[in-house]
Ligand binder design. Structure first.
Ligand code: 1CP
Length: 343
C-alpha cells in the first residue's frame, strides 16, 4: 500500500502527515471561479461530470494534495429523494421543506436516487482514471442529522432551530426522516465506491448542536449504521466521520461507530484531540481555516503545532472546517510547504 492517506487510515504513523483540505475545490481559487462560470451555476457544475472532475483536479495540480475529494454537495441527496433544491446567489441553498407526514410521503426511497445521481458516479469514474496514482479519491455524503436540518428548515440555519423543533414536536416523523436518510446515504456512498471512490467521508457539520442522548441517537448511531453497512458491502473500505463541534462527544467515536478516522474541528486543541481521540485511531484536522485568510508567521507556527501535537499517531493534516472564499491561495501554499518541510 503506497498511498499515504490509505496508510494513515490503516493506522500507520507517518514521518510527514498526508494532507488535503476541506472545500479545496472552491471559490478561493480563480480557476474554480472560471470553471463555475463556464458551467453557469453551482448545481450545473455538480451535475456536469467533465467540469466537476476538472474542479476536483484543480487543487491537486496546484498543490499536489494527497487526496482529492469528489466535487458535489451534501444537498444533492435530498434532491435525488425528490426535494426541490436551488441556490440563491450570495445567500445559499434553498429546499422545499419537510414538516408533515404528507410532505415526507412524497419523498422517494433509497433505490430511486441513482436516476438523479448517475452524473456524480460518472465524475467519480473520470477521477479514478485521471488522478495521479499517489492521490487518494474520497467520496462523501452529509450525515443524516445535518442533511435533515436543511430538509426540515428548507435552508441553512444558525442554530438548526426548525429541526430541533420538529424533533420535539413530532419525534416519529423526525425519526422517519433520519431513517430514510440513513438508508439512502448507504446506497449513495456504496454507488460512489462502486464507481471508484477509495475512502468515504460522512460530514455531520451540525453534530455539535445535538446534546446528550440526542447526540447518541442522531449523530453517533446513524454514523455507526452507515459505517457498518458500508464495510459489510465493501470489506476494507476506510471510513472518515466528522461530527463537527462534538467536543467531548469526539471521545470514543472511533470505537462506537467503527470508523477508521475521526475528523476534528478547531474548537478543540490538537493536544487535547491527540490525548483523547487519537488514542483510538487516525485523526484528521485541525488547523483553523482563518489562517488561510490571515497567513504569516501565525500560520506557520500553528501548522507546526498541529503537526507536532499529532506526530505520535496516525494523522491526516486538514483544516478544522472548509476553506473560505476570502482565503489567499498563497497561504494554502505556505501551509502545504510547512507540513512537508518536516520530511
Ligand atoms: O458558490 C459556489 O461555488 C458554491 C459553494 C459550494 C461549494 C464549493 C457549496 C454550496 N458546496 C460546495 C462543494 C462542497 N460542499 C464539497 C465539495 C468538495 C470539497 O470539499 O472541495 C463538499 C464536501 C461540500 C459539503 C457540504 N455542503 C457541507 C458539509 C461540510 C461543511 O462545510 O460543513 C455542507 C453543510 C454543505 C451545504 C452547503 N453547500 C453550499 C453551501 C454554501 C452550503 C452551506 C449552507 C449553509 O449552511 O448556509
Amino acid at each position: 500500500m503506497t498511498k499515504t492517506i490509505l496508510r494513515a487510515l490503516a493506522g500507520e504513523t507517518l514521518p510527514t502527515p498526508p494532507i488535503w483540505m476541506m472545500r479545496q475545490a472552491g471559490r478561493y481559487l480563480p480557476e474554480y471561479r472560471a470553471t463555475r462560470a463556464q458551467a453557469g451555476d453551482f448545481l450545473s457544475l455538480c451535475y456536469n461530470p467533465e467540469l466537476a472532475a476538472e474542479v476536483t483536479l484543480q487543487p491537486i495540480r496546484r498543490y499536489g494534495f494527497d487526496a482529492a475529494i469528489l466535487f458535489a454537495d451534501i444537498l444533492l441527496l435530498p434532491q435525488a429523494l425528490g426535494a426541490d433544491l436551488w441556490f440563491v446567489t450570495g445567500e445559499g441553498p434553498r429546499l422545499s421543506t419537510i414538516t408533515s407526514d404528507a410532505e415526507f410521503d412524497r419523498l422517494g426511497r433509497g433505490e430511486m436516487i441513482h436516476d438523479t445521481l448517475n452524473p456524480i458516479y460518472e465524475t467519480v469514474r473520470i477521477l479514478s482514471r485521471e488522478l495521479p496514482e499517489e492521490t487518494t479519491l474520497i467520496g462523501f455524503a452529509g450525515a443524516p442529522w445535518t442533511v435533515a436540518t436543511y430538509m426540515i428548515a428548507g435552508r441553512g440555519t444558525p442554530d438548526q432551530g426548525p429541526a430541533h423543533a420538529l424533533k420535539a414536536e413530532n419525534r416519529a416523523l423526525f425519526e422517519k426522516i433520519i431513517d430514510r436518510l440513513t438508508e439512502a446515504t448507504i446506497d449513495y456512498l456504496s454507488a460512489q465506491v462502486e464507481a471508484g471512490a477509495e475512502v468515504v467521508k460522512l460530514f455531520d457539520s451540525w453534530a455539535g448542536s445535538l446534546e446528550g442522548e440526542d447526540f447518541t441517537r442522531y449523530a453517533l448511531e446513524p454514523a455507526r449504521i452507515i459505517t457498518q453497512e458500508l464495510k459489510a458491502r465493501h470489506p476494507g473500505l476506510p471510513v472518515i466521520v466528522f461530527p463537527r463541534q462534538a467536543g467531548q462527544g469526539y471521545v470514543g467515536f472511533h470505537q462506537a461507530t467503527g470508523a477508521d478516522c475521526v475528523a476534528v474541528d478547531d474548537s478543540v486543541t490538537p493536544e487535547w484531540a491527540a490525548e483523547h481521540v487519537q488514542v483510538d485511531g487516525c485523526v484528521q484536522g485541525n488547523l483553523a481555516s482563518s489562517h488561510m485568510v490571515t497567513g504569516g508567521q501565525a500560520l506557520v507556527d500553528e501548522t507546526r503545532r498541529v503537526v507536532k501535537a499529532f506526530s505520535k499517531g496516525p494523522h491526516i493534516f486538514n483544516l478544522g472546517h472548509g476553506i473560505t472564499p476570502d482565503a489567499d491561495p498563497e497561504n494554502v501554499r505556505l501551509m502545504v510547504d510547512t507540513v512537508r518541510e518536516g520530511a
